[in-house]
Design a protein around this ligand. Structure first.
Ligand SMILES: Nc1ncnc2c1ncn2[C@@H]1O[C@H](COP(=O)(O)OP(=O)(O)O)[C@@H](O)[C@H]1O
Ligand SMILES: [Mg+2]
Length: 370
């Protein structure tokens, strides 16, 4: 147990290599604060499960240090760490009933019978499974098994729970329900959750903080709004939501050229004439008369999505522009697209979070306001 300000987890330059020299995590550093809901988000194979395994102690780092509550745990085995994991397949014991599945860890700790019964009942109440104590696991639905797995983790009153894609086996409706429930559970227990998913909507809906991973590196970390609004590079922008991404040139501070035209923008700190990626979110584009917008495009297709139309257009250079609009358009027609300078996000090619922070510091240090 560390001091109050102490992060519950700290990774310091952690690299994980397997025998054949493949680098699965590449010099990863981060801190996890107590009591928050964190999400590791990234495509399959990016290293999410590896990070959980390192935290839980199922595998050791090849380089770097891992600290849990201020204590270096590089050589501390899994059973000596205060960490509970909810696995993707739940890993319940099929031959034990619900009560015994949840009680398992407490029995190993040799708590007395009455304490065990009370704790298990309370954990099951927490996940809305009161009364299911004597059910067999085979009689439980996917969502119920999921809850048993969570009850089994919280019954030990850990400081930290790791959840490895726990909702991926559930259908969409149940999944959405469980997202709410998990989030509520985390808030009411005040335990630190580290949740893994490859689903960006799930990450945005549930998290206090998100780490976006790709190829064994943290691409960006921040709140859902930070990451959605200010993606740091093309990978994050693409992965986090539907985006229009085109190549451009930063002519000078606050002036960018793309699709052969110049636009005022709010970004600075690039080299003169640096090539950049330019992003505009579909909901930031407004449909206008053909002459009235900054871009002139032709409508290729239109889908009604319940609240808005999703309109796909092309400009004369062949760039695709996706638009979310409540206004209906005509397929094949020419329309204009208008947007504010704030809607234009400029990203340096392949820039990492670290490099971005350094650039921002240098830029502000040189006397520029934010
Ligand atoms: N025991 C292992 N030996 C060799 N390579 C592994 C091992 N475990 C995982 N990997 C590789 O490490 C990479 C990251 O795996 P993982 O952390 O499971 O990704 P994710 O959970 O993000 O899908 C993958 O390319 C995977 O094939
Ligand atoms: Mg995984």
């Amino acid at each position: 147990m560390g001091g109050q300000g102490e992060p519950i987890i700290r990774f310091e330059g952690v690299t994980k290599r397997y025998d054949d020299d493949t680098v699965v995590l590449d010099n990863v550093s981060f801190e996890i604060e107590r009591g928050k809901f964190y999400t590791l988000l990234g495509p399959s194979g990016c290293g999410k499960t590896t990070i959980l395994r390192l935290i839980a102690g199922f595998t050791e780092p090849s380089e770097g240090n891992i600290w849990l509550s201020g204590r270096n745990v590089n050589r501390v085995p899994a059973n000596k760490r205060q960490v509970n994991t909810v696995f993707q397949d739940y890993a319940l014991f099929p031959h034990l009933n619900v009560f015994e599945n949840v009680a398992f860890g407490l029995r190993i700790k040799r708590l007395n019978k009455q304490v065990i019964t009370e704790k298990v009942r309370e954990a099951l109440r927490f996940v809305n499974l009161a009364g299911y104590e004597s059910r067999e696991i085979s009689e439980m639905s996917g969502g119920q098994r999921q809850r048993v797995a969570i009850a089994r983790a919280i019954v030990n009153e850990p400081e930290l729970i790791l959840l490895d894609e726990p909702l991926s086996a559930l259908d969409l409706k149940l999944r959405t329900e469980m997202q709410y429930e998990l989030r509520e559970l985390q808030r009411s227990l005040g335990i630190t959750f580290i949740f893994v998913t490859h689903d960006q909507e799930e990450a945005l809906a549930m998290s206090d903080e998100i780490f976006v991973l790709n190829h064994g590196k943290i691409q960006q970390s921040g709140t859902p709004i930070d990451i959605y609004d200010e993606p740091i590079n093309r990978f994050v922008a693409d992965f986090i939501g539907e985006s229009n991404i085109v190549s451009g040139t930063m002519l000078e501070d606050y002036l960018v050229e793309f699709t052969g035209r110049r636009f005022e923008c709010v970004d600075g700190g690039f080299r003169p004439n640096e090539t950049v990626d330019v992003i505009i979110r579909p909901e930031d584009l407004e449909v206008t008369e053909p002459e009235a917008g900054q871009l002139r495009v032709k409508v290729d297709s239109q889908l009604f999505r319940g609240v808005h139309y999703e309109i796909c257009c092309y400009d004369s250079a062949g760039n695709e522009w996706l638009v979310h609009s409540t206004r209906r358009v005509t397929v094949g027609a020419e329309i204009g697209l208008a947007f504010d300078p704030e809607a234009i996000h400029i990203m340096r090619h392949g820039e990492t979070e670290e490099a971005f922070d350094k650039r921002l510091e240098a830029y502000q240090g040189a006397g520029h306001a934010e």
